[in-house]
Design a protein around this ligand. Structure first.
Ligand code: FAD
Length: 434
């Protein structure tokens, strides 16, 4: 019987291997550790959590909480071991990281369908002789350099990114429309941008706070960053009091309908999805700590009570521009038979990475089709096939799901999204053999 090859025994790779093995398929799992470690990996164990030990919220009225439920119901290895090694963390699911990785490693090693090969794969052609039934690349955001270069050759150099500069995403319904207004530059009738106008005083105190705000220190291997075209908002602010007012916050061509005047500065938000339920803060990629982002961005008129679907960040991250290079089944268009899973496929986060591996394993074993986009897993996979001007990896959140098409207060809205997701999931599970 032919085997399935998986490159990378991280969260996605282990989960995919487990699902294939559960379906009776034989898997060869290639892992470069301990021969070579990425700059963030240190342990010989598999499924290493390189930073936080948290799998985030367990509340079922959040995208990530729903994803946990869905993964657990599909028989996720990562969820099963996370529950077994959980440590008290309030409303979040956090684990003892060593116990977690050790337990995943033990289960993988003991599984008769999985062979772990400790070897770095430098290029995909290396594995051609193995004649794997299918190959899954799950080498993560810090994939080995040679393999990354090979992947770049396959998908095209413009379709593989090495850094991710993320601006926060805000829930549209949480923006105060008594202060913000829709318009494009020089086109007040256009509804392309949501604009938050600032007075001189508001702008200057905002810039001061940006400069003073507490930042996340760059990791050693991230020191070389900072591209001129994609500078953190606080770095631009440090260059001079007026840099932002002449840059991403410039007000020209925008008249505030509330005052009939051009504001001193304007923060623009661009739609993140067709239904405009989620808005991206233009130019707000940042290394400010999450708490600081919430505090300082609440100074922007209209965003005082904004609900953030995603916070800003800038980090090393290898990923493909998924909608261009992957089929909906995560198969490389330019190399049929090779699939991507995990962070490198264009998702963000431990559980999101594991979730793509989980689904891909089930799909390749003929056990599951694509889930509907109303579900958390379906929304996440939907993100990977949704064309975007500037594709960026995403966590799972309600903004990736179809709009509710009804107005509801914040608390109720979450309930409605969650309720709809659960119903769609149950219906899909009824048709699934996972
Ligand atoms: C520094 C950093 C911190 C992060 N912190 C968090 C966080 O706190 N919370 C969160 O939710 N997400 C975090 N992420 C994002 C992401 O969730 C994790 O990176 C996650 O581990 C991704 O899962 P994965 O399976 O795609 O890749 P990984 O878990 O990284 O697994 C990839 C595996 O492939 C192996 N590999 C790489 N190249 C090769 C090769 N050529 N041949 C063979 N093996 C290879 C690696 O050794 C590794 O074991 C962070 C990312 C980075 C880079």
């Amino acid at each position: 019987m032919k085997t399935y090859g998986i490159i990378g025994a991280g969260l996605a790779g282990c989960e995919a291997a487990w699902q294939l093995a559960r379906a009776g398929r034989d898997v060869v799992l290639y892992e470069m550790k301990p021969r070579r470690f990425s700059p963030a990996h240190h342990s010989e164990n598999l499924a290493e959590l390189v930073c936080s030990n948290s799998f985030r919220s367990a509340e079922t009225e959040t995208g990530i909480g729903l994803l946990k439920l869905e993964m657990a119901e599909l028989g996720s290895l990562v969820m099963e071991v996370a529950m077994k090694t959980a440590v008290p963390a309030g409303k979040a699911l956090a684990v003892d990281r060593d116990l977690f990785s050790r337990e995943v490693t033990r289960r993988i090693l003991e599984n008769p369908h999985i062979t772990l090969v400790r070897r770095e794969i430098a290029n995909l052609a290396e594995l051609d002789a193995q004649e794997h039934e299918a190959l899954i690349v799950a080498a993560g955001p810090l994939a080995g350099d040679e393999l990354s270069a090979d992947l770049a050759r396959i998908v095209g150099h413009d379709s593989l990114a090495f850094y991710d500069a993320i601006a926060p995403i805000v829930l549209t319904d949480s923006v105060d429309m008594d202060k913000a207004f829709w318009a494009s530059r020089y086109a007040p009738e256009d509804k392309d941008y949501l604009n938050c106008p600032m007075t001189e005083e508001q702008y200057l105190s905002f810039v001061r706070e940006l400069v003073a705000g507490e930042k996340v220190a760059p990791r050693e291997f991230e020191k070389e960053m900072h591209f001129e075209g994609c500078l953190p908002i606080e770095v631009m602010a440090e260059r001079g009091e007026m840099t932002l007012a002449f840059g991403p916050l410039k007000p020209v061509g925008l008249i505030d309908p509330h005052t009939g005047r051009q504001p001193y500065a304007v923060v623009q938000l661009r739609a993140e999805n067709l239904e405009k339920t989620a808005m991206n803060m233009v130019g707000f990629q940042t290394k400010l700590k999450y708490g600081e982002q919430k505090r300082i961005f609440a100074m922007i008129p209209g965003l005082e009570n904004a609900e953030f679907l995603r916070m800003g960040s800038i980090h090393r991250n290898t990923y493909v521009l998924a909608p261009e290079v992957l089929t909906p089944a995560l198969e490389l268009r330019n190399r049929p038979g090779t699939y991507l899973a995990g962070q490198i496929s264009g998702v963000e986060g431990y559980l999101e990475s594991a979730a793509t591996g989980l689904w891909l394993g089930l799909f390749l074993a003929g056990k599951a089709e694509l889930p509907p986009q109303e579900t958390a897993l379906g929304a996440l996979l939907g993100h990977l096939r949704t064309p975007a001007k500037r594709f960026q990896p995403s966590n799972v959140h309600f903004g990736l799901m179809p709009a509710l098409n009804k107005k509801a207060p914040k608390k109720k809205r979450k309930e409605l999204y969650a309720q709809r997701a659960r119903e769609a999931w149950k219906e899909w599970m009824g048709r699934t053999d996972g």
